[in-house]
Design a protein around this ligand. Structure first.
Ligand code: PGA
Length: 259
């Protein structure tokens, strides 16, 4: 696990975009796992800029999104399908973009098929992740099985409150979602988790310096063979070994650097 502490969210997002851009340049047919929410917005902005100004080519990339609200179709403005079009796909065409279907009638059947699609694509090379203030990844809320696969989940009241800013009030946030499982996420070859702001500091410390527990689903990533965590100073503020992570990062050999 590598923890990278940047001055602020802006620098953290540029660093994350550099990780993604390096992979897309080195492996144009890569499979990306994508995330939504507030955190990745500046990452996508930088990828759009690199595409438009530097010709970074995504035309052979396949993507799979982590999650979607159940009951929202792709035309619903709060759907993650709409989010992805707005922030990335309308400006950066990819070969194939997959999202869970919020209108799936046969939910278990759809989820099994989504898992199958990921497998048939060759598996996810790089999975971008945000972190819930309750320690969730994707929409795997506390108590999720650490071996879980894509399935329906019920959001916690806390997550519905956190996401109310997009809907108007917590009551309007859907109660159910489809999400890749923790096990699905763990199968990706590289996980890149971003967390910015004081609101995430407790979850960051619990996930990466606390015990592995399904009460903090992100803590399962401690078992991941290639995990990069990019934080800003505020999100890192509860870590006990922050100085060590900075020391390590400053002494990385050049061949390990991506920026
Ligand atoms: P946020 O959400 O990026 O909007 O803070 C993160 C998450 O819930 O995974």
């Amino acid at each position: 696990m590598e923890l990278v502490i940047k001055k602020d969210a802006g620098e953290g997002a540029l660093s994350a975009a550099a990780v993604l851009a390096r992979l897309v340049s080195q492996k144009p047919e890569c499979v990306l796992g994508l995330a939504t929410g507030g955190t990745p917005v500046p990452v996508y902005r930088e990828l759009v800029r690199r595409h438009q100004e530097e010709g970074l080519d995504f035309s052979r990339v396949t993507s799979f999104n982590l999650d979607e609200y159940l009951g929202l179709g792709p035309e619903h403005p709060q759907s993650y399908a709409a989010y992805m079009r707005e922030h990335l796909f309308d400006k950066v065409p990819v070969r194939a973009a997959h999202l869970p279907d919020g209108l799936a009638r046969d939910v278990p059947g759809f989820c099994a098929e989504y898992e199958d699609r990921i497998r048939r694509s060759g598996g996810i090379d790089l999975q971008l992740l945000g972190l819930g203030s309750d320690g969730h990844i994707g929409f795997n809320e506390p108590g999720s099985s650490l071996a879980s696969r894509t399935r329906i989940k019920t959001l916690t009241e806390r997550t519905r409150k956190d996401n109310a800013r997009y809907f108007g009030s917590p009551g309007e946030v859907p109660k159910h979602v489809l999400t890749m499982g923790v096990g699905t996420i763990m199968d990706s070859r590289h996980c890149l988790l971003l967390a910015f702001g004081e609101k995430k500091a407790k979850a960051v410390a619990e996930a990466f310096e606390g015990p592995v527990s399904h009460m903090v689903p992100a803590s399962a990533l401690q078992w991941h063979p290639q995990l990069t965590v990019i934080l800003d100073e505020a999100a890192a503020s509860h870590l006990t070994r922050a100085d060590y992570y900075r020391w390590v990062y400053d002494r990385k050999p050049d061949w390990q650097r991506w920026e």
